[in-house]
Design a protein around this ligand. Structure first.
Ligand SMILES: *[C@@H]1O[C@H](CO)[C@@H](O)[C@H](O)[C@H]1NC(C)=O
Ligand SMILES: *[C@@H]1O[C@H](CO)[C@@H](O)[C@H](O)[C@H]1NC(C)=O
Ligand SMILES: *[C@@H]1O[C@H](CO)[C@@H](O)[C@H](O)[C@H]1NC(C)=O
Length: 473
């Protein structure tokens, strides 16, 4: 790759052409409102409780020519949904399902018991404060598909943003009650690319078409891939200072990988990454202090592949949670309840698509240029980090933020939840950093209560809670 530049910037007009070609000239034959009603999910298999909120699942065609359709699951707020914002959640990979991770083990209300058949209600679901939409993105991930099989071998950042923008332009037609609603984009890991890229596409679309098509207010990313060079520095430093790798491997990682692409690594960098993985031993690098799932869950060798399991110290934490979702979402009756088209369903649903991951195309080495652009557009931008993740650790996020050279508006301090330190925060002009203490890569899986405090503060635009009065004695 001779051009490390960021092609998206130069291709933004191409995006509009794609979007218009893909959806502009095609009219849906069904009335969108009729389709909205058809998308309503009445009851899920294994749901032994009633819920007070409505939810909807289905497809939106994002490209007529190729036959690409993205699958979504909208879960409305449990009280007063009309007054609450709309929040999109995206998982990364690339190739991992936002329904598998975001909905079923992190921020969604429906979590799956170890039998793989029964559901329980997540008491810290983000639908207490927002209407949440989970999007399987791009095609080939989760239930999203393409009728052109080669599409699955040609996914990349640019088309993912194009298709996601096309998705929302059409989705708001099907759900007109959400038009003009405050909209926020959130996600983790490789969604550190998707989230700012989609935000940029929306901001540019809005300014090109004057009338504010989508009322985007801000975005928030967690343990996010942001800038390959700074992310590498931070990963290696974290692994060394946590005592996971040798001095020699630390030096060689910096020598051979610092200037490499994070997801398209060179052979020499790959080799030393293998050495590092060997030195780590059988720990969960996504959450270095929690037990691994004892079964033979395939452990990825690649550092960024999955945003997966791990667990935590709470009694409720189950390191095998990912396996339960594989059972559940492969049940034909579950797919039927979610309106999955049996003819378009993957022959076997998986949490992450290896095919999509290993054939990923364009992946710019940095998205900091997008941050610079969007900070000036007035969006609310937050970056959070679970501080026991060795995949995209807190050190990486801090190096990336430092590279933006933003003035500090609120100094570094601890934040509190129930009189305990929940993590640390620093506010900059245009960006807020929040760490979550004791959380791994999937912050809401390990620290669901702290994650709920985080989304509450983000959506209300307030600082993280400070210490309550400390009683002196
Ligand atoms: C759910 O609601 C239905 C209809 O109101 C009721 O018959 C049923 O007992 C409820 N189930 C539970 C578990 O509360
Ligand atoms: C994919 O092809 C099937 C069969 O022709 C068709 O019913 C479906 O609408 C197509 N999907 C999209 C997104 O065009
Ligand atoms: C574990 O892996 C072995 C070998 O691949 C396989 O035969 C076995 O069925 C797996 N066990 C479980 C519980 O998945």
């Amino acid at each position: 790759m001779t051009n490390p530049g960021w092609p998206f910037v130069h291709n933004i007009s191409t995006i509009f052409v794609y979007v218009l070609l893909g959806i502009g000239f095609a009219t849906c034959s069904t009335d969108p409102l009729v389709q909205q009603k058809l998308d309503r999910v009445l009851k899920l298999p294994g749901q032994t409780f009633n819920v007070s909120f409505a939810h909807y699942a289905g497809y939106i065609t994002v490209n007529e020519d190729s036959g690409r359709a993205l699958f979504y699951w909208l879960i409305e707020a449990d009280e007063d949904p009309d007054s609450k914002p709309l929040v999109l959640w995206l998982n990364g990979g690339p190739g991992c399902s936002s329904i598998a991770y975001g909905e079923a083990e992190e921020i969604g209300p429906f979590h799956i018991k170890p039998d793989g058949k029964t559901l329980y209600l997540n008491p810290y679901s983000w639908n207490q404060v927002a209407n949440i939409i989970f999007l399987d993105s791009p095609v080939g991930v989760g239930f999203s598909y393409s009728n052109t099989s080669s599409d699955l071998l040609n996914n990349g950042d640019i088309r993912t943003a194009v298709d996601s923008l096309a998705f929302f332009l059409k989705w708001f037609e099907r759900f007109p009650q959400y038009k003009g609603r405050d909209f926020y984009i959130t996600g983790e890991s490789y969604a550190g690319h998707y989230v700012p890229q989609l935000s940029q596409a929306i901001v540019r679309y809005n300014s090109a078409f004057t009338e504010k098509a989508i009322n985007l207010k801000g975005y928030m990313v967690g343990n996010a891939l942001t800038d390959d060079y700074h992310d590498h520095l931070g990963v290696f430093q974290f692994m060394w200072s946590a005592g996971l790798i040798s001095d020699q491997t630390y030096r060689r990682l910096n020598l051979l990988c610092d200037f490499q692409s994070f997801i398209h690594t060179s052979a020499s960098c790959d080799k030393i990454l293998d050495v590092a993985n060997e030195e780590l031993g059988d720990i969960d690098p996504y959450s270095i202090f929690t037990p691994t799932c004892p079964g033979n869950v395939s452990q990825s060798n690649r550092l960024l592949k999955r945003i997966n399991r791990v667990g935590h110290v709470s009694e409720h934490y189950d390191p095998c949670t990912e396996e339960h979702s594989v059972v559940y979402f492969n049940l034909p009756e579950v797919q039927k309840a979610l309106h999955v088209d049996p003819a378009r369903a993957p022959s076997e649903w998986s949490t992450c698509s290896e095919l999509v991951n290993s054939n990923w195309k364009d992946s710019p080495r940095t998205v900091l240029d997008i941050y610079r652009e969007l900070i000036h557009s007035g969006l609310r931008i937050w970056m959070f980090s679970g501080d026991t993740d060795a995949i995209l650790p807190v050190t990486s996020t801090r190096y990336s933020i430092d590279a933006l050279k933003l003035p500090t508006s609120g100094p570094w301090r601890a934040w509190y939840d129930d009189s305990q330190v929940g993590g640390w925060t620093q506010e900059y002009a245009g960006l807020t950093f929040v760490s979550v203490r004791g959380a791994g890569h999937e912050v809401a899986l390990h620290r669901p209560k702290l994650a709920l405090a985080l989304i509450k503060a983000f959506l209300s635009g307030t600082s993280m809670p400070a210490s309550e009065l400390v009683s002196s004695y």
